[in-house]
Design a binder for this molecule. Structure first.
Ligand code: SAM
Length: 279
């Protein structure tokens, strides 16, 4: 029997108009929509006159519910999964269902659309050529600080989701641990009270100080300054000496390892390594 298709459908992060024509067609045509919150999804479906049956699949029941959805897919039914907002699986349920479907050789298709992280990045004015998404920062203070410490040398633009409740303390930690970098705070994107604040971490802190920031927040933070090879010549030399002792490593492996460990451009490290090797 032909198996059904699992559609992973992105839905609006605020403005109900942000839904694709294909998403609407798929939601109309599938046998069942599994949703993180059936009430919320019904509002969206009602707005577009979609009458497809809806069942719930959220964090706490994802494991058990995925099994019953997989059985229906195996029987040939097409099923869509939607989370509360944006793209399923991105700080939302969906991962278990998707991996189970893949394990059962069920075709998984994306119906792409909004993601708050990308929406905020796209208007941030910070470099978008490479970026890293870190979802929510840990809520516990020690964990959060340790995590931020681990990001000290991250040169990519960073994206975080944050709750309004923890915003001020998270920004204070970012300021203390990562320094006064450029930051963009986007709040309530695509909604009535959409707001984007651009500045440095301390400037953003000053703006939100004493106010009650409400709504859904995405933070974009600029990466650490890229180090240059000329500042790191000694470190390159020392690492090269160590790595050369391993006969299994080719020059290319050594260059890859050094550029990764020291966060340096591969091309420049290659030239420096050739110079040091005297070739
Ligand atoms: N799956 C969603 C996506 O694709 O972006 C993310 C879900 S996560 C549970 C919710 C978090 O995303 C919020 O707490 C906030 O950090 C961010 N977010 C969602 N909607 C947003 C919006 N309209 N404006 C800014 N940030 C938003």
């Amino acid at each position: 029997m032909k198996k059904g298709i699992l559609y992973i459908v992105a839905t609006p992060i605020g403005n109900l108009e942000d839904i694709t024509l294909r998403a609407l067609r798929v939601l109309k045509e599938v046998a069942l929509i599994a949703a993180e919150d059936t009430r919320r999804t019904r509002k969206l479906l009602n707005a577009y006159g979609i009458k497809t049956p809806v069942t719930s699949l959220y964090d706490q029941n994802e494991l058990a519910k995925s099994a019953s959805i997989i059985s229906r897919l195996e029987e040939g039914e097409d099923i869509a999964y939607v989370s509360d907002a944006g793209t399923p699986g991105i700080s939302d349920p969906g991962y278990i269902l998707i991996t189970r479907a893949i394990e059962h050789s069920i075709k998984v298709m994306t119906v792409p659309g909004p993601v708050a992280a990308i929406a905020a990045l796209s208007i941030s004015g910070l470099p978008m050529d490479s970026f890293a998404f870190y979802a929510f920062l840990p809520s516990r203070l020690t964990k959060r600080r340790q995590f931020l410490e681990s990001l000290r040398d991250e040169t990519k633009t960073m994206i975080f989701y944050e709750s309004p409740r923890r915003l001020a303390s998270a920004l204070n930690d970012i300021y203390t641990i990562l320094g006064d970098r450029k930051m963009v705070l986007s709040r309530e994107l695509t909604k009535l009270y959409e707001e984007t604040i651009r500045g440095t971490v301390s400037e953003v802190l000053k703006i939100i100080e004493g106010t009650t920031v409400k709504g859904e927040i995405t933070l974009i933070l600029s990466g650490a300054q890229k180090k240059s090879v000329s500042d790191q010549k000694e470190a390159i030399k020392e690492t090269l000496q160590v790595l050369r002792e391993d006969p299994r490593l080719t020059t290319r492996d050594i260059v890859d390892r050094i550029s990764e460990e020291l966060s340096l451009s591969r091309k420049e490290v290659y030239q420096e390594v050739l110079k040091l090797l005297g070739s």
